[in-house]
Design a protein around this ligand. Structure first.
Ligand SMILES: *[C@@H]1O[C@H](CO)[C@@H](O)[C@H](O)[C@H]1NC(C)=O
Ligand SMILES: *[C@@H]1O[C@H](CO)[C@@H](O)[C@H](O)[C@H]1NC(C)=O
Ligand SMILES: [Zn+2]
Length: 376
């Protein structure tokens, strides 16, 4: 009878489960059709990032970018070679094209700019661009311990063994992107001003201008020695998983005014403000994040060891105190109890000689108590 009821319940659960999964299947099919129909293939945006998944197959891969960098979980790798940049120091005679492409602010870079050391091959620069938010919403793509910075710069390089950026972007070892966090400082950043001062010329989508060359190295943090390294992807469709990411620990500072210029000047389609152009952090799916330096935790291990012992010492000594207190309480209880038992026994023995069971029973209780005290 009971078995029958259980069987019926079980069947019902199965029926409900299969019908709901059928619903899910149906809706995702409709979604895919919808996105194909409305040609999201070309008109992707940041407000509907979940649509990237159905319109661009790579965007749902397991090595996507950006990611959150959990400084407690990165692995210090002393063998990560330091970067050596070459040709970043451009002169004013090199004209650089600055473009508002509707998704970002992008500066084209000459092939004389290269990463000479840091990877197995030489990588050549193609362009740099930015991701940002609004005054209220910080817009870096990578996050550090789940915290966004106001903005982020990406300098895109491709492997010299490939003919161009487009070809390299599809190859596993094709791209190396340098990422730097942009925060707010007290002063205008003169290097950033070389770009920011031209923003108003390209406020309309798909417009560009030329600016004189300058030392692009100065757009990156002062120190390039401390960085994180992981394997990831383009952070925009088609999301190819071909990027070796370098995200610097040292950040860059621009003034509040300069950041506001970035956030409030450029327009995207339908003359809407181009802002919040950052993709949400993606799952690691077991990927490793390396660090060229000792992060909080690895540093902590050496340092925190005495701190930890100190902690456990404190724990132990408070444990000792508890043991003593309980021991004392127990002793007093035992004393009172024995006196009481002794008197009772005296009373009993007056009336009944055959009451030995009590005597046997009581020490048993005492033993159990003793065991529990030892355990605490
Ligand atoms: C990235 O992938 C390459 C090729 O699989 C591998 O050799 C390398 O160790 C990976 N790098 C990191 C930081 O995981
Ligand atoms: C830089 O490294 C320190 C030490 O691990 C960490 O506390 C800090 O959050 C890092 N900052 C960035 C931007 O990576
Ligand atoms: Zn980017």
């Amino acid at each position: 009878m009971l078995l029958d009821i259980l069987l019926i319940l079980h069947l019902q659960v199965l029926v409900i489960a299969s019908s709901s999964s059928a619903e899910e299947d149906g809706s995702s099919e409709r979604e895919a059709e919808h996105s194909k129909g409305s040609s999201h293939q070309h008109h992707w945006g940041y407000h509907d990032q979940e649509l990237w998944l159905s319109a661009f197959e790579h965007c749902s891969g397991k090595s996507q970018s950006p990611i959150n960098i959990d400084t407690d979980k990165v692995s210090y790798d002393p063998k990560l070679p330091p970067l050596k940049l070459e040709g970043y120091d451009l002169t004013g005679s090199t004209a650089l094209t600055l473009i508002n492409n509707g998704h970002t602010l992008q500066l084209s870079l000459p092939s004389s700019m290269r990463i000479m050391r840091g990877f197995d091959q030489v990588f050549v620069a193609a362009q740099l661009h930015f991701h940002w938010g609004t005054k209220e919403v910080p817009g870096s793509e990578h996050t550090i311990d789940n915290v966004h910075f106001p903005a982020e710069i990406h300098v895109v390089h491709y492997n010299t063994k490939y003919a161009n950026l487009a070809e390299a972007a599809r190859k596993a070892d094709g791209l190396a992107v340098l990422g730097g966090f942009i925060g707010i400082g007290l002063h205008d950043n003169d290097n950033y001003e070389k770009i920011m001062s031209a923003l108003s010329d390209i406020s309309i989508e798909e417009s560009d201008t030329e600016i004189p060359g300058f030392n692009v190295r100065h757009l990156l943090p002062d120190s390039l020695d401390r960085f994180y390294r992981y394997n990831g992807s383009l952070t925009t469709p088609p999301c190819f998983q071909t990027v070796s990411w370098t995200v610097f620990n040292d950040s860059i500072r621009v003034s509040r005014r300069q950041l506001a210029a970035l956030e409030d000047t450029l327009k995207t389609e339908h003359n809407k403000l181009l802002s919040k152009n950052f993709r949400a952090p993606q799952l690691l799916h077991g990927r490793k994040v390396l660090a060229s330096f000792h992060t909080g935790r690895t540093l902590g291990k050496a340092k925190a060891l005495p701190a930890e012992t100190e902690d456990s010492n404190t724990m132990e000594s408070s444990g000792h105190i508890l043991t003593i207190v309980f021991g004392a309480l127990f002793a007093v209880t035992l004393l009172v109890f024995s006196v009481y038992t002794y008197r009772q026994r005296k009373k009993y023995s007056k009336f009944k000689k055959d009451s030995k069971q009590n005597v046997i029973y009581k020490p048993a209780v005492v033993d159990m108590d003793q065991t529990s005290v030892t355990v605490t």
